[in-house]
Design a protein around this ligand. Structure first.
Ligand code: BGC
Length: 751
């Protein structure tokens, strides 16, 4: 495509038409100039491609595709290579369906467990979300298909999602809600970013110049297309002016007409229109360069989906090593719970995939059982949630007869869906009654969970010796559960979201989902484990937690620091050993704390992780490299990332609350001059290398004042704004030099 030439030949009407869809899923072509249309569709854990033969818009008339585990599962794998492979498979299926852009991944932070769409998001932590999101993008795009990182930004609830304004201070935005997007954009170069429905600090995200242009493009260097979430644009002129390129879905030409009129009336710069058109043409050009599509190997993708589900499941507890079930010992197993036969394997809404096939755990267990394992099945409850005493009685007698009862519990489908938030995080009462009765009949009870967002466990997990969190495991999740229960695969997932003791403990509890069109992010950066750790609160299962059938030993942590300030590099090296009797994978996690800092900081924050497989008895060196940014915070006054000199606590471990090794490193950085003004405190003045001596000189010559000579008085006045001290001095403090200094400083700092 010769883009400058096309730009010169397109009429203003054609240009404007390129900036919105021609249908629900396609961009507008310009046949006269050979500019093709492109298809964008969901996303994120499978291709939902509307069946071209379907007569109406619906989420459930799509072509069959592989349904991979949803993001809350994949996030719990902490496995970048796996996410890349899933991305490649998604890319292959998209390519085969002639899709130019797959609408995912979702890297919004799980601010509250109540968000109805948490099943589509990776983590409560921006590092996990950013690293795994970037891996998925790289995988998809390696197949010549664009990804769309969504929903930019601060889209953390479904309640009033098209209007609500997320009120978030800049430091919190930068450190928590934007950080994953930043990582994906700067390292994986997604072809598109999707602007969210909601407002951020009063401005629609799809019309937000600071978000879409200053931060995304000017700071992070994003060179792709910003597409609106479907129906997110209120004012197409404001959107294009802010940096949005493509409004979806179609508006039947009304937005294009408004753009033309705005340019002609001088309300929208022609240059802004041309910039957006150029980026659209670049996207079409990128897509046109994709090689020929290959036939999709659905069996291979099914096997990958099974592996992904197994890598993502989290073994929360395992008393008496009740798992894995040992088929050789020939136990009799009562499989209980309708979900064993009718799995819940994905969420509802725009991400709903028409799965090519669906495995269930019951069939997979039966197939694997051979002649050793004796299985019975009782549904225990109905999916409609009605009480059924007969089902309960049947399940209890099956449990009484068996050596082990494996109970499949989970959230009903309607409780997690796009468009509404959850009202509570409890399992249905009928399931809890069943579990209690089964556990009374058989002490050897194991629970397998199916849910996208976290569920409360503290009110029931004492009934179970083992709990295996299977999430929404996708179309092959049933097989994966069988693999894990039988020890064919060793669990290696880790929680990417804290499981709180109760909903009332959660950081945003008093501020979720807001009211009257506003939601205040009052907990600031204390989201997830950052909050529970700062308040030293007990949780049910901490962030990063997940058990294995083997054990790992951590030893020999060595650290080095090279360079300082922006160039500082901290290296960590340790040894990890598998001290158990089976092969397993461990996720080694590195947390950083900055106990003494000029601003409040979380006790510790995840900064790096890696997943490593070791055979029994095997040991391996593990290395990490932290950069200045990993030690920095976003300075609310200076408006940039700042590294402050001092000691940093590094902890390495198996979860955020199972830290095995710690070290303290000292990192040097140039001191930061605070912008000084007459309103600054005497203390701030005294701390300043230039301002301090000036002020001391002025107070020394202040007639009849003891300040300069008496440290106690000096300490007392430290909190006084300088202008008050001047006023209280009644003209005795000579401010000539201070004024001269401030003149120069203000100009120099622009603050
Ligand atoms: C969702 C997006 C999705 C889009 C297209 C919207 O309602 O928020 O995540 O990609 O629809 O289906």
């Amino acid at each position: 495509m010769n883009i400058p030439d096309l730009l010169a030949r397109l009429t203003i009407e054609e240009k404007a038409a390129l900036l919105s869809g021609r249908s629900a899923w396609e961009t507008a072509p310009v046949d006269r100039l050979g500019i093709p249309s492109a298809t964008l569709t969901d996303g994120p854990h499978g291709l939902r491609m509307q069946d071209p033969a379907a007569e109406r818009f619906s989420f459930d008339v799509s072509l069959p595709a592989t349904c991979f585990p949803t993001a809350s599962a994949l996030g719990s794998s902490w496995d970048t290579a796996l996410l890349a492979r899933v991305g490649e498979a998604l890319g292959d299926e998209s390519r085969a369906a002639d899709v130019a852009v797959l609408l995912g991944p979702g890297v919004n932070i799980k601010r509250s467990p109540l968000c109805g769409r948490n099943f589509e998001y990776l983590s409560e932590d921006p590092v996990v979300s950013g690293i795994l999101g970037a891996a998925l993008v790289r995988g998809v795009q390696s197949r010549g298909v664009g990804a769309s990182v969504k929903h930019f930004a601060a889209n953390n609830q479904e309640t009033d999602r098209m209007r609500v304004s997320a009120q978030v201070d800049e430091r919190t935005l930068r450190e928590i809600y934007l950080a994953a997007f930043e990582h994906v954009v700067t390292t994986a170069k997604p072809w598109t970013v999707m602007a969210a429905y909601n407002k951020v600090n009063g401005v629609h995200a799809a019309q937000h110049p600071w978000l879409l242009t200053e931060v995304l493009r000017d700071e992070w260097g994003f060179d792709g297309v910003v597409v609106s979430d479907w129906g997110a644009v209120c004012d197409p002129v404001a959107a294009v002016a802010a940096g949005l390129d493509l409004e979806m879905p179609t508006t039947n030409g009304t937005s294009a007409a408004r753009l033309v009129e705005a340019v002609q009336a001088g309300r929208l710069e022609q240059a802004a229109l041309d910039r957006a058109v150029t980026r659209m043409l670049e996207l079409l050009d990128r897509s046109a360069q994709a090689g020929p599509a290959e036939a999709v190997d659905f069996d291979r993708h099914h096997a990958l989906a099974r592996l992904a589900a197994a890598e993502s499941a989290v073994l929360l507890k395992n008393e008496d090593a009740i798992l894995p079930l040992d088929p050789e010992a020939g136990p009799s197993v009562a499989v209980i719970g309708e979900f064993a036969r009718t799995p819940r394997f994905q969420g509802a809404g725009s991400s709903l995939v028409n799965a090519v096939r669906v495995d269930n755990a019951l069939d997979a267990l039966t197939e694997a059982a051979g002649e050793h394992l004796h299985l019975t099945f009782s549904p225990g409850f109905t999916l409609s949630g009605e009480e059924d005493e007969a089902l309960l009685t049947e399940a209890v007698s099956a449990a009484e007869e068996a050596d082990v009862a494996v109970v499949f519990l989970g959230l009903p489908e309607g409780e997690e869906t796009e468009g509404t938030d959850r009202e509570h995080i409890g399992l249905p009462d009928v399931q809890l009654r069943l579990l209690e009765a089964v556990a009374r009949a058989n002490r050897n009870t194991v629970v397998v969970l199916a849910n996208g967002g976290v569920v409360e466990t503290a009110n029931w997990d004492h009934h179970a010796k083992a709990v295996l969190e299977g999430w929404l495991g996708g179309q092959a999740g049933g097989g994966a559960i069988a693999d894990l229960l039988l020890g064919r695969v060793n669990p290696s997932g880790k929680l990417a979201e804290t499981i709180p003791l109760r909903l009332q403990d959660t950081p945003s509890h008093l501020d979720f989902p807001g009211a009257e069109g506003v939601v205040s992010y009052g907990e600031r950066l204390y989201v997830g484990y950052r909050y529970y750790d700062a308040r030293d609160m007990a949780v049910a299962y901490p962030f990063g937690h997940g058990l294995s059938y083997t054990a790992f030993a951590y030893s020999d942590l060595h650290t080095t620091v090279e360079g300082e300030g922006e160039d500082a590099v901290v290296r960590l090296r340790l040894t990890l050993a598998n001290t158990g009797s089976v092969t397993g994978k461990e996720v080694v996690q590195v947390y950083v704390g900055d106990p003494i800092c000029s601003v409040d900081r979380p006790v510790r924050e995840l900064k790096a992780f890696t997943k490593i497989e070791l055979a029994p008895g095997e040991a391996a060196p593990v290395e990490f490299e932290l950069r200045a940014r990993d030690l920095s915070f976003f300075h609310p006054v200076h408006g940039r990332w700042v590294l402050e000199s001092g000691d940093f606590e590094l902890s390495v471990g198996s979860s955020s609350r199972d830290l095995r090794l710690t070290a303290t490193v000292t990192v040097e950085a140039p001191p930061l001059a605070r912008p000084l003004a007459l309103e600054s405190s005497v203390g701030d003045w005294l701390d300043d290398p230039e301002g301090g001596p000036l002020l001391m000189e002025a107070v020394r010559t202040m007639e009849g004042s003891g300040i300069a000579h008496d440290p106690e008085i000096l300490r007392m006045v430290e909190a006084l704004p300088l202008n008050r001290l001047i006023a209280m001095g009644g003209g005795r403090l000579d401010t000539t030099e201070i004024d001269r200094f401030l003149g120069g400083r203000t100009a120099g700092h622009g603050a």
